[in-house]
Design a protein around this ligand. Structure first.
Ligand code: TXE
Length: 480
């Protein structure tokens, strides 16, 4: 089937009539085509957005909120169809798409439908000057949202929802590797009554379509989630035009396990934080550090728990680990495993590709555990972004903190301990945007979300996202 662009409220073919193959990761087959959009398509999206802006930015908060709630409701109603499309397009288990991806996409719209009705700005009285200042937070205009393939509709809507809630109009591009649910969103937007042009969805490659969005002088802000190298490139293109940027990039997150933790809960959650979504979540704990006194026990139990995970077809209800998203990505991940010795580690579990019955050409890989000796090795320094974790022991708090921070990334960290003082000390010193203590991926959408160092700049979530998608203006009134 052919996916189309959604511009000015209509599904349209790309102007060049050029198409890209869309693959099903579970069996390696091409099952559709997506637009290979060029500058003109982005320009059409931009024009539609620009035309819609004045009216949308003046639309009352109640009305915006009502339309966004309707979008959330329709996503929920169409959950089975959307989840099946996501599992087929991405390779993730259907039950994951049903319980995580699609409910969260609905929650993103519902959350910002509510949040915009509570968003407020500040006033500063200039005492002694007979003047009052207030801050007007105005929408930016036309903004660009570019999202990746690991949590397709989830991350696409995480950007779009705050952008339109704040009164902007959007040109958005989902990943060319997983375009399907963004395509299906178009009909939901129409059904919900979102005015034409408020949200335009343009499909295509990063280097052409994505690049056209980033380089467009009329698109004043870019919210991007994806690889660190791509983020650096986007920053370079956007900087001379002084665009506002929110970049959520890669991670190489530490999971720090102290011997005083609640062991069973830690073990169960660490299996999840390592391999959920085939390890393709920027928040996965990919470097596991375990206190030396417990290391051998952890190693045995962790291998035993991971060996129970079933790799299989995304549509098989017993599947824990589905297919990786694409053949090139599988090859990239496999390269780290095959060169483990050279990169400083030893594979102690998994490491092989898996042939799944009736899906022999799918991109399946065993969950893989690699033991490393030194945090400076390649395996602990580079983002692998697959079902691969490293483990190594540590002796004390200072040593593990130094190792946790000795990496170019700084997105999230997970800490397992029951010692309150240690929790505070480590949490404060760890270089990351998010620290989970005795849990993982517990998300409250009001919290600031993003990373430090090479994991990006800016924060998404809650009012942070609404601040990003608005321009503050100070108005100073002298009254005497
Ligand atoms: O991402 P890209 P890729 C990491 C992960 C992965 C690596 C590369 O380590 O192996 O990044 O993945 C669009 N201008 N993450 O290459 O290319 C692209 O079309 C504008 C972590 O698949 O960064 C897609 O829509 N846009 C990450 C989006 O950027 C461009 C999730 C992301 O793709 C562009 C995914 C350009 N020049 C991968 N080039 C996370 N933080 O969660 C590409 N794009």
């Amino acid at each position: 089937m052919n996916i189309k662009n959604y511009i000015n409220g209509e599904y349209v073919n790309p102007v060049s009539d050029s198409w890209i193959d869309n693959y099903n990761p579970s069996n390696g087959e091409i099952y559709g085509q997506i637009p290979n959009s060029i500058n003109e398509d982005v320009e059409n999206g931009y024009k539609a957005a620009k035309n819609a802006f004045l009216s949308w930015s003046e639309t009352s908060l109640d009305e915006r909120s009502k339309i966004m709630s309707k979008i959330a409701q329709l996503i929920t109603e169409k959950l089975p169809e959307l989840a099946a499309a996501e599992a087929k397009d991405n390779g993730k288990p259907l039950h994951v798409a049903k319980s995580i991806d699609i409910p969260r996409a609905a929650a993103n719209f519902q959350f910002f439908a509510n949040a915009i009705t509570q968003f407020a700005s500040e006033a500063h009285e200039s005492v002694g000057h007979n003047a009052i200042n207030f801050t007007l937070r105005q929408p930016i205009g036309v903004v660009g949202c570019i999202s990746p393939w690991n949590l397709p509709l989830y991350l696409f809507t995480w950007k779009i929802a705050p952008a339109i809630a704040a009164g902007n109009c959007v040109v958005a591009k989902p990943s060319e590797i997983t375009p399907m649910t963004a395509y299906l969103l178009g009909e939901i937007l129409t059904e919900a009554g979102l005015p034409k042009g408020v949200l335009n969805i343009v499909h295509g490659l990063g280097t052409t379509t994505g690049q056209a969005i980033v380089a467009h002088p009329g698109i004043k802000a870019i919210s991007f989630t994806g690889g660190t190298q791509t983020g650096a490139h986007i920053a370079k293109v956007a900087a001379p035009m002084f665009k506002k940027l929110s970049l959520e990039l890669g991670g190489k997150n530490p999971a720090i396990i102290f011997a005083d933790c609640d062991y069973d809960e830690m073990l169960q959650t660490t299996v999840r934080s390592s391999f959920a979504n085939q390890g393709q979540i920027c928040l996965c704990g990919s470097r596991i550090f375990v206190e030396a006194s417990m290391y051998q026990k952890f190693k045995i139990d962790f291998i035993a728990a991971v060996s129970k995970l079933k790799v299989g077809n995304p549509f098989d209800t017993s599947t824990d680990i589905g297919a990786l998203v694409s053949r090139p990505h599988l090859e990239k991940v496999k390269k780290y495993i095959d060169n483990a010795a050279q990169y400083g580690g030893k594979v102690i579990f998994g490491g092989a590709t898996v042939s799944v019955d009736n899906s022999e050409d799918g991109y399946y890989l065993e969950p893989t555990i690699i033991e490393v000796q030194d945090n400076s090795c390649t395996l602990n320094q580079e983002e692998i972004f697959g079902p691969v974790v490293t483990i190594m022991p540590f002796n004390d708090e200072n040593e593990v903190l130094a190792m946790a921070n000795d990496v170019s990334y700084g997105l999230s960290a997970t800490l397992w301990t029951n010692d309150l003082k240690r929790t505070m000390r480590v949490s404060k010193q760890i270089q990351a945007g998010i620290v989970w203590v005795n849990t993982w991926l517990l998300r409250d959408l009001r919290t600031p979300f993003g990373g430090v160092k090479n994991s990006g700049v800016g924060r998404e979530g809650g009012f942070e996202a609404l601040r990003f998608f608005t321009e503050p203006k100070n108005i100073c009134i002298k009254y005497n």
